[in-house]
Design a protein around this ligand. Sequence first.
Ligand code: UD1
Ligand code: CA
Length: 490
Amino acid sequence: MTHNTDDRRLAVIVLAAGQGTRMKSSLPKVLHRIGGRTLVGHVLDHAQSLQPEKVVVVVRHERDLVETAVRDAAPEAVVVDQDEVPGTGRAVEVALEALPGFAGDVLVLSADVPLLEVDTIEQLLDAHRAAAAAATLLSAHLDDATGYGRVIRDADGEVARIVEQKDATPDEASVTEINAGVYVFQTTELRSRLTQVGTANAQGEKYLTDVIGLLRESSLTVAAAAAPSAETALGVNDRVQLSEAARVLNARTVRRWQLEGATILDPATTWIDVTATLAPDVTVLPNTHILRATTVGEGATIGPDTSLVDCEVGEGAVVTRADATLAVIGAGANVGPFAYLRPGTYLGDKGKIGTFVETKNSTIGERSKVPHLSYIGDTTIGRGVNLGAGAITANYDDLTKHRTEIGDEVHTGSHNVFVAPVRIGDGAKTGAGAVVRKDVPAGALALSVAPQRNVEGWVEKNRPGTGAADAAAKARSAQKADDGAQEEDR
Ligand code: UD1
Ligand code: CA
């Protein structure tokens, strides 16, 4: 739906200039993330989905960092700088300079109120227009209103003004209806009232909220729309509220995928970024993180205790107790338990990366298996390969990385080291314990271990009196008695 019919033009201002002191962070508050997206990114998403004719974002604290994030999320937004006059009112005033001559409705969003839903904003706009109000604010009733501006109503129950926590009398502070920091204004009225707002308050700031009282003093209509739930209005000012917002957003995301056909056993310990996607009949087991641009194919099972970052998981794959970043896991493949897939891992369909295996920058072909205790780096493995337990690709010679190439249908013995650069031809085999330093031709058996030599009696001679020597002596006399008995039987 667009809100730019001729008589009802819409612009959006996003306030993102504040320092976010209560976060105690070197990162600007609005760049902290929930659900894998920055707070300001969430708010810009809301702004854009309304298709306004202009989005203006006000920045100041760490302005370059914030501007970069804004450009990422909303390339068409206009970024303006707040000056040294502090306060949300000043922020809106500088934003309005980027909307010269604009006389429609302006929606003001706070970059630290990330849980609004677009429906709620639509309802706010509808209420504003239905009431022909000069301003309409989103309000909510909170059990604990600490920190928020309170909505003060007059004897008729109309919104009279907003008072900030720090300026509130004890009576005012006992009000539980709060200002969510989200408003629609008739732009011309907003412009003229802002010039009347001063900074004579507890924080020495030019408050946007003072505009509400000024509009009422001019006998203009101020409406309030109730947020559908307290959590919708949650403002993020400190890390406690950040984790609360993350939890609420995650609960929504989990629920959305459940309704799309994913089985998610334990929503409380499953974290899914807003950018990830799950196909129908995916099963997610507890303690699992599905992050960034990860996609999980139909019927796959992920978890428990698994973290996937920017991964692609094929249909029907099973990923158990694994940590993977920038990896592709083929259809019907099997990963874990206890596997570490680093960037550039490609596991083919029906392949396996098993227990205590680390992979990096490697392709493991269709039906190929690296089942146990291995490190595979900078390697290309063909189809139908089985690497014995303890396979190590020695890809680094202290100076540079080299590649290992393993052909199709290769089976290697346990505990092999492949000293790269090296190539194992199709169908080749290697013996246990081989250190493969030279290429192995197709179909060859590579053995690099010297034939075993047993030095009889070494322990009794060189370690007399030890437990080992005693055990060896016992075993040898038992063997002798055995041999004697067999001699008699003959
Ligand atoms: C503000 C409201 C309060 C409301 C609450 C809702 C005011 C005076 N108070 O309080 O009534 O209950 O939000 O969450 O508006 N910002 C700027 N420039 C500034 C100061 C802030 O752009 O000079 C931005 C911040 O980056 C933030 C937003 O405005 O995104 C709100 O600022 P903040 O300082 O968090 O206001 P609150 O104290 O939460
Ligand atoms: Ca705030």
